[in-house]
Write a protein of this length. Sequence first.
Length: 303
Amino acid sequence: MINTEKFVERRKILKLSQSDLCKDICTQSTLSKFENQQSVPTFEIMVQLCERLGLTLNDIFPVNQTHAVSQNEQYLKRLQHVLFHQDSQLAVTLLDEADLNQFSHDEQNDYWLLTYFYLVILKLDLAQAHAVQKKLANRQLEGIQAEFFQAITMFYYHLKEDERRANSIFSKLSQQQNQIDFHQQVGLQMGIFYLLAEFQLQNQNFSVAAQIAAGGIDVAKINSTTLFLENFYWQLAQVGERYHYQQIIMNELIESARIIAKIHNNQLILLSIRNYQSSEAEVSNGQPRRNAKEDYNSSFSGN
């Protein structure tokens, strides 16, 4: 089956007229007949048209590609889960396994977005992240992919201590959150909630961080997913420490984070909880309280 709808949709997103798209490639009549499913241009013409739209032939002619596409989808889903459970070591192995020549345009977008997440959030390699950032900026991202890219970029600027740009992106994303279909690419949506809450938490805007983290838990329940759920409970626990929540509430938040982190094998969250509990034990024995923010940021960066 020929996916002419995707072809036409991409052309309109890029705001190209038929004459703009076919210039120096084919006649407008040839393009019009293809978009109206009346005839298919030659292979050479289709290659040039797809390249101009940033598509591959696999995007338009997915005939007999069901198995390959399924494998790609399974790979990207696994990579997303590994990254979103913050398993840096396994993520490196999976990232190196990818054969991008077998990926469609949208699948390549997902791969580079997940690579960008890894470099900024887990590896803290801002130099490599900048190179991927430039690549993604030229790939015509749309919808939730574009918003996930902006959320990571917000954190990229935060780590570079460019808070003006980081806060500007946060403001735009916060407004866009009210217009999101929460059933669309749930994994990326949960990632956006996590990054927004984490950004506000690290800037000590605790009430805003709590509101976003609670929203992330609600969306997780709506979509029956546990992605980032341990992070949201742990973020709420950090807020609870700041606002001196009752101990029973703190215990419930920490235990929820610990149980889900254990299921996901999220060592980063488990380390954060151990650091916190160790600090609390020291205080109960009369030792000075540690700097909670420094402890938390150290765990966040994997140090």
